[in-house]
Design a protein around this ligand. Structure first.
Ligand SMILES: Nc1nc2c(ncn2[C@@H]2O[C@H](COP(=O)(O)OP(=O)(O)OP(=O)(O)O)[C@@H](O)[C@H]2O)c(=O)[nH]1
Ligand SMILES: [Mg+2]
Length: 406
């Protein structure tokens, strides 16, 4: 079979039905691709599989790929220089878009990832009904013998740093920076990903809703031919990527807290105005200041903090719950304040701060999980497509499921 060359990954493709698409990003790997294809042919005998190379090379790699004669279907996506800015991660996404198989495997071209692992990961995915199988160098049975001592240390440190930066999302993953993994087609909406450089798996795991993830150990071998593209610049890119991912993961909370803080200042200013300047009764001043703040905060919470979650359910439904929640919390915090100050001989400041913190945590949890809920397929992080047709696609045909409500 000869290599097919495509340049528009969004075009509809007629292709024989395959179970597995192996996506191989390549940059100057002319000396490796033939050997890789031979390895995959042997490892995947009996599996309906195809190989998709996504190439950003300046050497003769594309010509070598085109000249390959293989028993497997091979597709080459040769990216022109102006499409290469998003690096290896962007190349992998282009491969995902072009692939039509139910299973997609990503692996390096330089034979550091053993082709036999691809078959083993497919088997594991089917046996465990997993959405994502990660080839791990860092669990028992895996190693990095192909790397120098220095690279070994750097890789370990980066893996630990990454796990520290995303402790919740990566709690069940030992090797978040590996380049070898197999994913169920459809488990992730590729359009929500914002790849930047080498670490596409991290982007997928942090931005995606719940997936069933399993790991399989492997031994990371030596590069067969050619030169490494890993560099200090890729480490800088990784740190930049952490910052972006962290902000988009926490931006709902950050915005929510900012609105809460401004609300607190407003409330205090209104209380002062009503009691000191207008001479109102403190109870009347408290109720009017609280209701004004609650109503005033609705708009930034709805249009700014959870701006991409507004399509999930009816705004009236959200408003009634928001208003009910905040009024209930106002009563509870008043009672709490009274309880805390009575035995502590009127030590008002720490008592009111504790009440505010407890109420803020509760208010955040209910708002995030029960009022401005996400659809199951919506990414965990805020994403830049949310305001356009992506949001349209997320709109459900009916209201949010009952189990998602208070
Ligand atoms: N399409 C594309 N592929 C890339 C790019 N950078 C690296 N690759 C490919 O991604 C895979 C991993 O790159 P490597 O240079 O092997 O990185 P590494 O395995 O961390 O480093 P070594 O251990 O030294 O090989 C290889 O198949 C590369 O050809 C890129 O910018 N575009
Ligand atoms: Mg390599």
């Amino acid at each position: 079979m000869h290599t097919r060359m495509i340049d528009d990954t969004s075009s509809a493709m007629s292709r024989n039905q395959t179970t597995l698409s192996v996506i191989v990003p390549t940059r100057n790997e002319a000396g490796n691709v033939a050997r890789l294809v031979a390895g995959l042919e042997a490892a995947l005998a009996g599996v309906a599989a195809e190989i998709i190379f996504v190439d950003d090379s300046d050497d003769e790699t594309p010509a070598v790929i085109q000249a390959l004669d293989s028993t497997m279907a091979i597709t080459l996506i040769a990216r022109p220089p102006e499409r290469r800015a998003n690096g290896l991660g962007g190349a992998v996404i282009e491969g995902f878009r072009a692939a039509q198989s139910p299973w997609l495997c990503v692996m390096d071209a330089d034979l550091q990832h053993p082709p036999a692992m691809v078959a083993a990961m497919l088997q594991k995915a089917e046996d465990d009904a997993a959405d994502l199988v990660i080839g791990s160098r860092l669990i028992s049975g895996g190693d990095m013998h192909g790397l120098s001592k220095r690279r070994n240390i750097v890789s370990h440190v980066l893996a630990w740093t990454t796990k520290l930066a995303f402790p919740m999302r990566l709690r069940q993953i030992s090797d978040p920076l590996t380049g070898l993994f197999l994913i169920r087609n459809g488990a992730v909406n590729w359009e929500t990903l914002q790849p930047d450089g080498f670490k596409i798996l991290l982007e997928i795991v942090v931005r995606s809703p719940k997936m069933r993830i399993v790991e399989l150990p492997f031994s990371f071998g030596e590069r067969h031919d050619g030169r490494s593209k890993a560099s200090a610049y890729e480490v800088v890119r990784l740190l930049r990527h952490y910052a972006k991912l962290r902000y988009s993961a926490d931006s709902y909370l950050i915005r929510f807290l900012l609105i809460g803080l401004v609300g607190l200042l407003n409330h205090t200013a209104l209380l002062f105005l009503f009691t000191q300047l207008f001479g109102w009764h403190p109870l009347l001043a408290f109720v009017v200041a609280s209701e004004t703040t609650i109503l005033g905060n609705w708009f930034p919470v709805e249009w700014w903090a959870f701006d991409d979650r507004r399509l999930v359910n009816d705004p009236r439904w959200r408003f009634v719950r928001y208003w009910g929640l905040n009024n209930a919390l106002m009563l509870v915090s008043t009672a709490l304040l009274w309880l805390l100050t009575a035995p502590l001989s009127n030590d008002l400041l720490p008592a009111s701060l504790s009440a505010i913190c407890a109420m803020t945590i509760f208010r955040w949890l209910v708002s995030d999980l029960r009022i401005w809920t996400r659809l199951p397929q919506q990414p965990l992080t805020r994403n830049r497509l949310a305001h356009s047709n992506h949001a349209e696609r997320l709109r459900p045909s009916h209201d949010a499921p009952k189990s998602d409500r208070l």
